[in-house]
Design a protein around this ligand. Structure first.
Ligand SMILES: Nc1ncnc2c1ncn2[C@@H]1O[C@H](COP(=O)(O)OP(=O)(O)OP(=O)(O)O)[C@@H](O)[C@H]1O
Ligand SMILES: [Mg+2]
Length: 238
């Protein structure tokens, strides 16, 4: 379980996260909210890019805010970025291998874990291809492979479905649903695609202006009038 307590982040006059407190417990948890709600800022706090003014985050018994970013990665934290960060000049396997290089694995074990991650993301036949030659879908898959490589505990995916076709989102959907069975990791998924959230997230947390609106079973959350009002732009009908 992830216990988020009292996380506050301010950028100048903007309070990007305002005393955020929530417990996240399912294998795939959604994070939704309008543009600027603080979703990416929350992932940045989790991964160590942003230091909160206050608060703590206990993930499976570890206070992750006490760890430096590279220690979080060794602990088992992985993330993908809203704007994907695949390196054009590296091959697919080199992009994924970067994650494993920080884990001090033997050559055989490194290769085993690399192949496993590439296969999971459907990239086995593309492993020697330079990333510059990949389309948007395979670039996303390369990020997914990087996230599942090396026995992660927690994956943070920031709008992995953005810019993908409906068929591609369907492949992504199955993949995200399979992560927990594949390696036991928990996934936090930010996406604006409510259908995707509904399909893969048993529970969902909703943010608006940096504050928690609600958190709970996805079905309940999506039918909550407060959520419909802030997120879906639907006015609450009295
Ligand atoms: N590095 C930064 N410096 C200043 N302000 C920032 C910075 N990062 C985020 N913000 C501000 O913090 C607020 C939350 O931004 P954040 O990127 O977390 O939103 P988001 O929910 O991910 O939105 P989106 O759905 O558009 O990706 C916004 O008002 C944003 O402008
Ligand atoms: Mg964002």
């Amino acid at each position: 379980m992830i216990a988020i307590r009292d996380i506050t982040v301010a950028f100048g006059g903007v309070t990007a996260l305002n005393r955020l407190t929530a417990d996240l417990a399912d294998s795939v948890v959604g994070i939704i909210g309008p543009n600027g709600a603080g979703k990416t800022t929350f992932l940045n706090v989790m991964s160590g890019f942003v230091l909160p003014k206050t608060g703590s985050i206990d993930a499976f018994g570890t206070e992750i805010l006490a760890l430096r970013p590279h220690q979080r990665s060794r602990w088992g934290l992985r993330r993908s970025f809203q704007k994907e960060q695949v390196v054009d000049d590296l091959t697919v396997e080199e992009n994924v291998g970067v994650v494993l290089d920080s884990l001090s694995l033997g050559t055989a074990e490194r290769e085993r874990q690399l192949s496993k991650a590439l296969e999971f993301a459907g990239l086995a036949s593309l492993r020697k291809v330079r990333a510059a030659g990949l389309n948007a879908f395979f670039r996303r898959m390369t990020e997914i492979a990087r996230c599942v490589a090396g026995q992660p505990k927690l994956l943070l995916l920031d709008e992995p479905g953005a810019g993908l076709s409906q068929n591609e989102v369907e492949v992504l959907r199955r993949m995200i649903s399979d992560i927990h069975g594949f390696n036991g990791a928990m996934t936090l998924l930010i996406d604006h695609d409510v259908d995707l959230i509904q399909a893969v997230c048993s529970s969902t947390m909703v943010l608006d202006f940096g504050s928690l609106v609600t958190s709970g079973p996805t079905r309940d959350v999506l039918s909550d009038p407060r959520v419909r009002a802030v997120y879906l732009g639907v006015e609450e009908v009295a």
